[in-house]
Design a protein around this ligand. Structure first.
Ligand SMILES: Nc1ncnc2c1ncn2[C@@H]1O[C@H](COP(=O)(O)OP(=O)(O)OP(=O)(O)O)[C@@H](O)[C@H]1O
Ligand SMILES: [Mg+2]
Length: 614
């Protein structure tokens, strides 16, 4: 093999492979160029999601024909005047975006500097640069990209459908627009305006709030907290969502470093850390956070698409994010759930997760099998009966912290019989704070988290139903209309058949919404809108090629969570006891779907130790 230098076109195609992954990446580069050129108005046009055609027009500083000729050459940039890679203040700096695009597509630049009498145009096709020609154009620049990847067919094959690619472009433009609220943006496809954002008025902060409001929707605005914190020259501002407003993926986390949208692992990890006491591991808050720091505190030259950055002092950044978020959440009156006194907690050891039904052999005394594990007809009936407390209604006002003592028929609080306490999880004695069931066993106390436990039960039942006969469905008397983003609707509809197998029957409803006709019978009354939203989120994270059945655990988990008895629901003694019996008969019932224990057991011996009696 002869060792040789590769021809320039090939070098550019190789480089393009890293920078220009799909139409959205080209749009990102071109919009960033427009922003660097000081544009106040930026327009993006797409045909077939950018696969056939995309253009970005701006009213920025423009280029002379000589500058254009240089701009399409590799490593030509106007943005490093002092060769200083440390002090980068522009979005671009490598001088490779335009030559990369030109190497894999048909690229046309048209530009006119503000004080120039005429505009010029220059084309590059698969790396071959043409000669400049005069053209009619107002001051500013228009960059057109046709037949992206025509020169690299292998890459072309990896493109998704136009609609999907358009969604990526939209996400890209939205993120850049959040970071630059004083610039107006327009995104249009062959049929209509997809996104129109007018330049925000007032100072940067005010403009940013307006823009976030436009892009993130009412729900976020109503459920978010403002944040503004500084530490050692770093400033963090933005909005963070309340923990209760959470999603199944982190795609609704918008993060920016010095005006640059990033998807940085350190930052995402810091947010996870800040919320970890408030959210299950697989739930993600909605946030829009802007970090400003001195240019020398961050290296933006570590990722081909500049999506990740490296901080000189990662610990400082993480600390700032975690403490600022926690502080904001605390001020909102939310307390971490882990503030239980440590000493007492030491005695409340969660049961290790079990892998089968609770073994009766572990328990002294007579263990009566729970109803659901009885054989034959009884089992079938119990199996399809609604789970206790399925019509999860929030507690009436004033009852939230209520406490129910179990009462016998004559109203006295008689101690439970030995037969009742012989169950592994004991006899229900009280419900505290409308959330915890306290049960008495032969030799101790069991405290059950009713929501976590119920979620697990619904989940296990769904799995069993799936395996046997398909999930039983219940027809909604009035179909529910769920309004969603276009992308989410497409994802759901693409899976409609598989979802029907899981008991959820949906159909398209005018492009802006889906109609839900049937839901899994197991779920009882449930918030269909929230359920469908969560499912849509879940689907984004899943590999398109994977059948839902292979991801059954996740999907069932999401469904189950919505069919569960929420914390805050008052239960009757019978409901509590049947929940305990059901738990005893159900595999994996010792932990909820998020890996938290569903109950803790405290032996009398432990309690005695707690009081120094032993
Ligand atoms: N819309 C525009 N308006 C004015 N000048 C532009 C525009 N787009 C590109 N240029 C000029 O062309 C040069 C090359 O652009 P290109 O995107 O290839 O590189 P860059 O922005 O300097 O660096 P990077 O590769 O990191 O994006 C820029 O440095 C800039 O001088
Ligand atoms: Mg650039």
């Amino acid at each position: 093999m002869g060792l040789r230098r590769l021809p320039e076109t090939l070098v550019n195609r190789i480089a393009a492979g890293e920078v220009i992954e799909r139409p959205a990446a080209a749009v990102k580069e071109l919009v960033e160029n427009a922003l660097d050129a000081g544009a106040r108005r930026i327009e993006v046009q797409l045909r077939d999601g950018g696969r056939a055609y995309l253009s970005v027009s701006d009213d920025g500083s423009g280029m002379t024909p000589e500058e254009m000729a240089l701009a399409v050459e590799r490593h030509a940039t106007s943005k490093l005047p002092d060769d200083d890679l440390v002090n980068i203040r522009s979005l671009g700096f490598r001088g490779e975006a335009l030559p990369s695009i030109g190497a894999v597509a048909r690229l046309t630049l048209a530009s006119r500097p503000r004080d120039a009498a005429e505009a010029w145009q220059l084309s590059v096709e698969g790396g071959r640069v043409g000669t400049p020609r005069p053209v009619a154009l107002q001051s500013g620049t228009r960059v057109e990209v046709r037949d992206l990847f025509f020169a690299t067919p292998a890459r072309l094959k990896f493109l998704k459908q136009g609609r999907t690619e358009q969604n990526y472009v939209r996400d890209t433009v939205e993120r850049l627009a959040m970071a630059h609220p004083q610039v107006s943006f327009l995104l249009a496809d062959e049929k209509r305006r997809v996104l129109q954002l007018d330049a925000g008025s007032g100072d940067l902060f005010g403009a940013r709030m307006q823009r976030l409001g436009q892009l993130l929707g009412r729900e976020f605005q109503e459920n978010c907290l403002p944040l503004d914190a500084t530490r050692e020259g770093l400033r963090l501002t933005g909005l963070i969502g309340l923990p209760t407003l959470n999603r199944g993926t982190s795609q609704h986390q918008y993060l920016f470093v010095n005006g640059r949208p990033v998807k940085d692992r350190l930052l995402l990890g810091a947010i996870r850390g800040a919320y970890q006491d408030f959210l299950a591991r697989d739930r993600h808050p909605l946030v829009a956070l802007f970090l400003e720091c001195p240019a020398e505190a961050v290296d933006v030259n570590v990722h081909p698409a500049k999506a990740e950055v490296r901080f000189r002092d990662a610990g400082l950044v993480r600390g700032l994010i975690v403490s600022a978020c926690r502080h904001a959440l605390a001020q909102a009156g939310h307390r971490a759930s882990t503030t239980v006194a440590g000493a007492a907690l030491g005695a409340f050891r969660p049961e290790a997760p079990r892998t089968g039904p609770l073994p009766s052999g572990n328990w002294s005394g007579a263990y009566r099998p729970a109803p659901a594990s009885a054989g034959g007809l009884a089992q079938a009936v119990a199996f399809y009966a609604p789970l206790p407390g399925l019509d999860a209604q929030p507690a009436a006002r004033g009852e939230e912290a209520g406490e129910v003592l179990t009462e016998s028929a004559d109203g006295s609080t008689a101690p439970p019989t030995p037969a009742e306490t012989a169950f592994p999880l004991g006899a229900a004695r009280a419900q505290l704070h409308a959330t915890y069931i306290v049960a008495q066993t032969e030799d101790g106390i069991v405290v059950v988290d009713q929501h976590a436990a119920h979620e697990r039960l619904v989940y296990e039942r769904m799995k069993q139903q799936m395996a046997r006969s398909g999930v039983a469905r219940q027809l909604l008397l009035i179909p529910e209309v769920v309004t969603l983003e276009e992308a989410a609707i497409q994802r759901l509809l693409a899976r409609a058949e598989e979802l029907a197998e899981l008991g959820l029957v949906i159909e398209g409803f005018g492009g802006q919404a889906v109609l839900v006709r049937e839901i899994p019978a197991l779920l009882g009354k449930t918030d269909v809108v929230a359920l469908v939203q969560d499912l849509a989120d879940e689907l984004t994270e899943m590999d398109e090629a994977l059948a839902l059945k292979e991801r059954l655990e996740e999907v069932c988990g999401t469904l189950a969570c919505h069919g569960s008895v929420r914390a805050g629901r008052r239960l009757t003694v019978d409901e509590m006891n049947s929940l305990l019996r059901e738990m005893e008969a159900t595999p994996h019932s010792g932990q909820c779907n998020h890996g938290r224990p569903t109950y803790v057991e405290l032996k009398l011996a432990d309690i005695e130790r707690l009081f120094g009696r032993r």
